[in-house]
Design a protein around this ligand. Structure first.
Ligand SMILES: CC(=O)SCCNC(=O)CCNC(=O)[C@H](O)C(C)(C)COP(=O)(O)OP(=O)(O)OC[C@H]1O[C@@H](n2cnc3c(N)ncnc32)[C@H](O)[C@@H]1OP(=O)(O)O
Ligand SMILES: O=C(O)CCC(=O)C(=O)O
Length: 383
């Protein structure tokens, strides 16, 4: 496996399509516009923005997004049906994902067709889309369970008919990164003329890892959603994929990450799926340090215990005082409250700090600390 990325990576964010498919989530048109503007402004180059076949409300939202004149390319999701594609065209859309189930499981038991039908339907719908001058991603739903030779056949049809890329979907989120790498690499080698897009789900907690594996195997496009929203356990999170590309793969996809926290909070509210404080990259508390040795290390030099500067994603560092604290963390926390505490004084307070944290089952607030300090001072005066 190659460890450094040599090719460009384009983020196609599908918060407004797969993200909104999270069971129970609905974005208003206004929220869709705000999300699209935010993603566009931070440099996301492509937005999968809806499904015009759904009806008039969805079409109105897609049209409104088209009217924004964003820099990002807008792409819609379509079944391999001329009517779906026409509905996208009617919204002013010039790029479409044409989706077909490609695993034998789904071909037989969902579409209730056979491989020949899938190939024919691809030819028919892709032919229509190209005739209309559209940019096309051919979406292979359930690619991860499909026969690779059949995928190669479909990709060859797609390539020969002028498709712009093939979307390899781990629809059920069942792959591990090593298998993902091998499958995408095989397809990339077999049909090098057709770009690959990877779409991963988080059912086994590997959406981001699989997205990165697909990119490392040669995929040029990657799907993400803000906060990892999406069907079931969600998709690869935008903030995770971008930071992993930058920090673990040495590849900058050109995104201004400083607004990640703000965008995450907005999408959390709009989706009514609040972001857990421990959510990787954007969780409110992922730069909180309580453990004595960690707090000491991070105070001396943040790089000791932080892989990147919290400000890079719009967050702040917190020194938390609680059951696992040590003297350095306590001194630093008092300093931030305007109280200069000698190390010895802090050491004397430690037992009480632990006891309070243990009793309350939570970290100590500024108020708790002031009370402890005042009581300690009183004791010291009395002694
Ligand atoms: C993996 C994914 O996330 S793919 C994206 C899926 N997203 C969504 O489903 C959200 C939006 N969906 C909808 O609003 C509706 O399902 C619509 C408008 C697409 C279709 O609605 P309806 O016509 O009422 O049908 P329904 O929802 O029951 O869809 C099932 C039909 O679509 C067919 N179908 C499913 N996928 C495809 C495909 N890729 N290409 C062609 N037909 C397909 C099924 O075979 C079935 O056809 P049948 O009734 O002849 O058996
Ligand atoms: O484009 C496609 O075929 C489907 C994309 C998708 O949402 C999935 O497979 O999970």
């Amino acid at each position: 496996m190659e460890h450094t990325l040599k090719h460009e990576v384009i983020i196609d964010d599908t918060t407004l399509r797969d993200g909104e498919q999270t069971a129970g989530v609905v974005f208003s048109k206004k929220e869709k516009i705000a999300i699209a503007r935010m993603l566009d402004s931070i440099g996301v180059r492509e937005l999968e923005c809806g499904i015009p076949a759904m009806g008039e409300d969805e079409r109105a939202a897609v049209r409104a997004l088209v009217d924004l004149g964003l820099s990002a390319r807008l792409i819609t999701w379509n079944r391999a049906l001329v009517a779906d594609i026409q509905a996208s065209i009617d919204c002013g859309i010039t790029a479409v994902d044409i989706s077909l189930s490609v695993s034998d499981q789904m071909i037989a038991h969902k579409l209730r067709k056979d491989r020949r039908w899938v190939k024919e339907q691809l030819r028919h719908s892709l032919g229509f889309a190209k005739e209309k001058g559209l940019y096309v991603s051919v979406g292979g739903e359930d690619s991860s369970r499909a026969d690779l030779l059949f995928l190669v056949e479909l990709m060859e049809v797609a390539r020969d008919m002028g498709a712009d890329r093939f979307r390899f979907c781990d629809t059920l989120g069942i792959l591990d990164p090593f298998t993902m790498y091998e499958k995408v690499r095989t397809l990339r080698t077999a049909v090098p003329e057709l770009d690959i897009e990877v779409h991963t789900h988080n059912d086994l907690g590997m959406a981001t890892a699989n997205a990165i594996a697909g990119i490392k195997a040669g995929a040029r496009f990657v799907n993400t959603t803000v906060n990892g929203l999406g069907e079931r356990a969600g998709n690869a999170a935008l903030e995770e994929v971008v930071m992993a590309l930058k920090l673990a793969c040495g590849c900058d996809p050109g995104i201004d990450t400083q607004r990640f926290h703000e965008i995450s909070r907005f999408v959390g509210r709009a989706s009514q799926r609040p972001v857990p404080p421990w959510k990787a990259v954007v969780g409110e508390r992922v730069f909180s340090h309580e453990s004595g040795l960690h707090a000491d290390g991070v105070i001396k030099n943040p790089l000791n215990y932080e892989g990147f500067d919290p400000a890079e994603v719009g967050l702040r560092r917190h020194i938390v005082v609680g059951k696992h604290s040590g003297t350095s963390g306590l001194v630093e926390r008092f300093r931030s409250m305007g109280v200069e505490l000698a190390r010895e004084e802090a050491a004397e307070l430690m037992d009480e700090v632990r006891a309070v944290a243990q009793r309350l089952k939570r970290p100590l607030s500024d108020g708790d600390l002031r009370r402890l300090y005042a009581a300690g001072k009183h004791d010291r005066l009395a002694a």
